[in-house]
Design a protein around this ligand. Sequence first.
Ligand code: SAH
Length: 243
Amino acid sequence: MNINILTIFPEIFDALNSGVLSKSQKKNIISINTFDIRENAINKHNQVDARPYGGGEGMVIMAEPIIKTIKQVKKNKLGKVIYMSPQGKKLNQKKVISLSKLKNITIVCGRYEGIDQRVIDNYVDEEISLGDFILSGGEYAAICLIDAISRNIPGTLGNKYSFLKDTFSNGLLKGDVYTKPEKLNSMTVPEVLLSGNHQKINSWREENSLLKTFLKRPDLLKEIKLTKKQKKLLEEWSSKAIL
Ligand code: SAH
């Protein structure tokens, strides 16, 4: 997958040169190319922003430098143009998975009061938000998006199946996980996990994942088709007023 990023702070994307993402870039599974909007500044003072028409606070990134930068991306490599924006559709795992199937995407990162609306109206295919809060730059949102996408591209993760069991992959939260030591002062590990009985372990994990979702994110349960067994457990927990 090829990802183009338009930004006035390309150095922020050095953060993608660690861990899993660094490996997948080295293996050419993913290629991340930053384009510095400032290289297309309108004058020798490197100006890319100006005051908003009509007055008001802050600065707005001008259309021209962004459009020129978009045109620097090779046409066949441009793909879907995404603007990271608090006004976009909120990102979720379903969206991440659908984006991970694309060959090319181009991400525009805003700063200050945002970017000139004419770029959004004429060059952007989709606006994506990380959530209902305001960041100081689209770069941080883009990093989250790229990291999330890359996990779903085959070859990125060490264990090729691990992403299939992540939280949200089957609509539920992933269950509790434990590792060494078995006993830490008075803190123990659920016995079943040490039993070696895989059938019992799987059934404990399924139940634990359902219980966690019921307690922490009951809204997710409305989005999935529940099995008979799951329905029964949920009825039991609801009647016990476990909350
Ligand atoms: N004044 C704008 C916010 C600008 S924040 C408004 O009120 O809508 C500066 C930049 O940060 C934006 O252009 C956008 O690229 C990015 N940004 C801020 N919050 C974001 C969020 N929740 N999700 C994605 N990008 C965000």
